[in-house]
Design a binder for this molecule. Sequence first.
Ligand code: ADP
Ligand code: ADP
Length: 200
Amino acid sequence: MAPPGAGKGTQATKIVELTGKPQVSTGDMLRSALSEGTELGVEAKAFMESGKLVPDEVIIGLIRERLKQPDASNGVLFDGFPRTILQAEALEEITKVSTVISIEVPDDEIVNRIIGRRMDPVTGDIFHVTFNPAPEEIQDRLVQRKDDTEETVRSRLDAYHKQTKPLGNWYGERGLLISIDGTGSILEVGALVTSAVNTV
Ligand code: ADP
Ligand code: ADP
């Protein structure tokens, strides 16, 4: 868990390499549904574009289906899920959570990271105009997420503070939370993530 744009997707790649477990990103799943124009995409669109959370029952249904896939049988890395206590309670009924890594980044830095984020639609790789520039030869094909605007960031941060942040305590009380400082460079945060994963 982490605020929007803190580096969940960036560091998830590292954890997938370390553990071999597939990444289950509710944000990526919702964006695919949106671009394919499925019923789920239609339902989620307005919430995502305004920076609000998609309703819990929709997300829980999505996770339930995803965990039935064969590649999920030995565990997965959740990215951007759970995001509410209700989602965490539902997850407890479905499977056991071994560890929660929380990447801590202050709001001011979040805005810089989100405004400069660019995605490669071909590989799904995440770049940043300043902090992690893409190679020259793929610059022309990079896209910016529709919700990565200064205005939407505010409502996403608001949702994070009100609905997701309390989950930190919730997992802390259960002895599952590892908090790491996310303000360093991608490599520095990667080193902290690696040592957190190695303690599991
Ligand atoms: P999230 O999945 O939490 O929304 P991302 O992994 O997509 O976040 O990262 C958001 C943006 O910040 C991207 O442009 C990414 O390149 C950049 N970024 C990620 N980690 C760092 C870091 N430690 N320092 C600077 N920029 C970072
Ligand atoms: P970020 O962490 O950069 O905000 P995500 O890709 O994780 O981005 O999520 C993008 C949007 O998708 C969120 O703003 C929200 O509308 C929706 N979303 C993703 N995951 C969840 C979730 N677990 N619960 C509710 N809404 C979600």
